[in-house]
Design a protein around this ligand. Structure first.
Ligand code: M6R
Length: 608
């Protein structure tokens, strides 16, 4: 989704804006622009395509000034083009916006009827016109923005810069992220923290309904429909280095290799091996509360949904509590039965996914207790929940989720152990043994990562495949779904994930000698059945790529084997996920796709 940056300070801001936008590239975008106050005028430059195009435009037409706003646009209304790129200007104001104005059609009709001329196809330009009109009625800028917000419906984070006042930027937030950076004699604003870290680690997360003004000296924050409000300053512990590529060709590869650390960080300070349980006060889920849970409902989208399937399986098997996993994008549109007694677990890397956020809020309104399993501190889903279980994977920049996925699997395994222990479904010994297995996962991941070159060799052999299948059973069925999603999203090869037992109910018809079939064969309770499914594939000449911990198991049926260290059934998906990520990565890299920013996709999906 779009990225916003704003700067008011003492330095030339154009390079600062450009750098901030680069750090927001992971959100996905198709055009970019800046507006800089040069002391007299607003200088606006925009370009379609990547930030290099905007950089080139700035090279040809340098702009000077110490107050400015910038934007990367991910098209929702109007195609990706220079004329639809932000900032949009009306009269003396320039506006950048992330989100969607839902009532844009009626507002635009009214504005056109009153003689306003539009230069773009965007919903955002409406905002610029409305502010300009309010200024024309004699309101000063801050109040003009406030008046404008009152007529907008939908999701927005906006930043406004006026030709009449270079000393400040006005900002507002509703359902799209916006965070302020507090420096020494400098203030910034951005859609996400990495854009601020070169300047400051002290940030203020704005809340929905906040209207703010930043000047060099500091920030003023009010409620759109009320008075001043205090928002705490949060010190961010992520280093800028953590948000950079660190020597790897792509962020995705770096993030795949960061998984052992991500799991260690997620477990850190929480695992109590003596008690066979967890220290996780932040969850707001003490033993008494856990005992009263009637049902657990996992809500998530995409990769996070696949982690939710892992959680669902373990909540049932380890905690003996009814559990379901639902796509958040479906859940809220079908009048779900959810309420008191339900624990709703909203799983999201970004913590900003619009569907997951809305579904979690709806469940909370209906009386459910909401637990957010998110990676971004202070994100919208975290704020909407009763409790949080953060995955401490660090910033994930590649659009394809990798380390956040396995960190989610780890967090949800901990949750299942915690609920199981609290309800008496798990003994101390069993809890301890499972936690010990979790603690050993990072070492097993490291061992698996050491075999990356072998996986690359297999990837080369399927680089020209048109389709691929991924099969697993039990917990590995979710790994198969995730493996297929990874391959399709970054390599653009059509891929499907299936529970192995479903093969003979349809997909087997697809199998021939051109079909790579990745089979998950860890030594667990499903192995024997899975082997029968693999035989069915082999009998149709399918190219079996076996992921297993016992090489002899697939000796006669696999064209390729990837051997991983053996792990207990509950945690083996954390290990077997790793070679599947590597396989997708190398296939995509050899096909020459834009691995970190696959076409048509965005890192943070803040529209429904
Ligand atoms: O931020 P979230 O985890 O809520 O995002 C949900 C999906 O958009 C996300 O997992 C998506 O499927 C990944 N990019 C896939 O790699």
């Amino acid at each position: 989704m779009c990225g916003i940056i704003g700067y008011v300070g003492n330095e030339e801001c154009a390079p600062i804006l450009l750098d901030g936008l680069r750090r927001l590239e992971y959100r996905g975008y198709d055009s970019a622009g800046v507006a800089v106050h040069d002391g007299q005028e607003l200088r606006v430059l925009r370009a379609a395509g990547k930030l290099t195009a905007l950089g080139d435009a700035l090279g040809r037409n340098p702009v000077h000034g110490a107050t400015g706003i910038g934007h990367t646009r991910w098209a929702t209304h109007g195609k990706p083009s220079e004329h639809n790129a932000h900032p949009h200007v009306s009269g003396n104001v320039a506006v950048v916006h992330n989100g969607i104005i839902e009532n844009h059609v009626e507002l635009k009709t009214e504005l056109k009827a009153s003689g306003r001329v539009f230069k773009s196809d965007t919903d955002t330009e409406i905002v610029a016109h409305l502010i300009d009109l309010a200024l024309g009625r004699g309101l000063e800028l801050f109040e003009a923005v406030r008046e404008t917000l009152k007529v907008l419906r939908g999701a927005y984070a906006i930043a406004v810069l006026s030709k009449d006042d270079p000393s400040r930027i006005i900002l507002a937030k509703n359902a799209s992220p916006l965070v302020l950076g507090v420096g020494d004699g400098v203030m910034l604003a951005a859609s996400d923290v990495p854009a601020l870290l070169s300047h400051t680690r002290d940030v203020i997360f704005l809340e929905d309904g906040d209207l703010a003004e930043i000047r060099r000296e500091g920030a003023k924050i009010v409620r759109v429909d009320g008075g001043p409000v205090e928002r705490p300053v949060t010190r961010i512990t992520w280093s800028l280095m953590q948000a950079e590529r660190g020597g790897f060709k792509h962020f995705m590869l770096k993030e795949i290799h960061e998984q052992p650390r991500a799991i260690e960080d997620t477990l850190r300070g929480r695992v109590n091996l003596d008690e066979g349980g967890l220290e996780a006060g932040e969850m707001g889920l003490d033993a008494e509360t856990a005992k009263k849970i009637r049902r657990v409902v996992f809500l998530a989208c995409g990769t996070s949904y696949h982690a939710a399937l892992h959680g669902r399986y373990l909540l049932e098997s380890l905690a003996r509590v009814e559990a379901v996993a639902e796509l958040a994008s479906e859940f809220r549109y079908r009048d779900p039965v959810v309420g008191e007694g339900d624990l709703v677990v909203a799983v999201s890397q970004s913590g900003e996914t619009a569907d997951t956020l809305a579904a979690a809020k709806e469940a909370r309104e209906r009386g459910a207790r909401v637990l957010a399993v998110v990676n971004v501190q202070g994100s919208a889903i975290a704020r909407a929940a009763h409790g949080t279980l953060y995955t401490h994977a660090g910033p994930e920049i590649g659009v394809a989720s990798t380390k956040c996925f396995t960190a989610q699997q780890a967090a949800l395994t901990m949750l299942a152990i915690h609920v199981g222990r609290s309800r008496g479904a798990l003994s101390v010994e069993k809890g301890r043994a499972l936690l010990q297995e979790l603690v050993e996962v990072p070492a097993k991941m490291r061992e698996t990562l050491a075999g990356a070159r072998h996986v690359e060799g297999i990837a080369r052999s399927i680089v020209h495949a048109r389709d691929a299948l991924f099969l697993g059973r039990g917990l590995s069925a979710a790994v198969a779904l995730e493996g297929a999603l990874k391959l399709k999203e970054i390599s653009y090869i059509h891929a499907e994930g299936y529970a192995g037992g479903e093969m003979k109910h349809g997909p087997l018809a697809l199998v021939d000698r051109d079909m790579p079939v990745v089979c998950l064969l860890p030594s667990d309770s499903t192995l024997e059945k899975m082997l029968s499914n693999v035989q069915e594939v082999r009998a149709r000449d399918g190219v079996v790529i076996a992921v297993l911990d016992e090489p002899s198991v697939a000796r006669d049926i696999a064209a390729h084997t990837i051997v991983v260290p053996r792990a207990a059934e509950a945690v083996s998906p954390l290990v077997t996920s790793v070679p599947l990520q590597l396989l997708s990565y190398y296939v995509a890299d050899h096909r020459g796709t834009d691995v970190d920013q696959p076409r048509n996709l965005a890192k943070t999906v803040t529209v429904e």
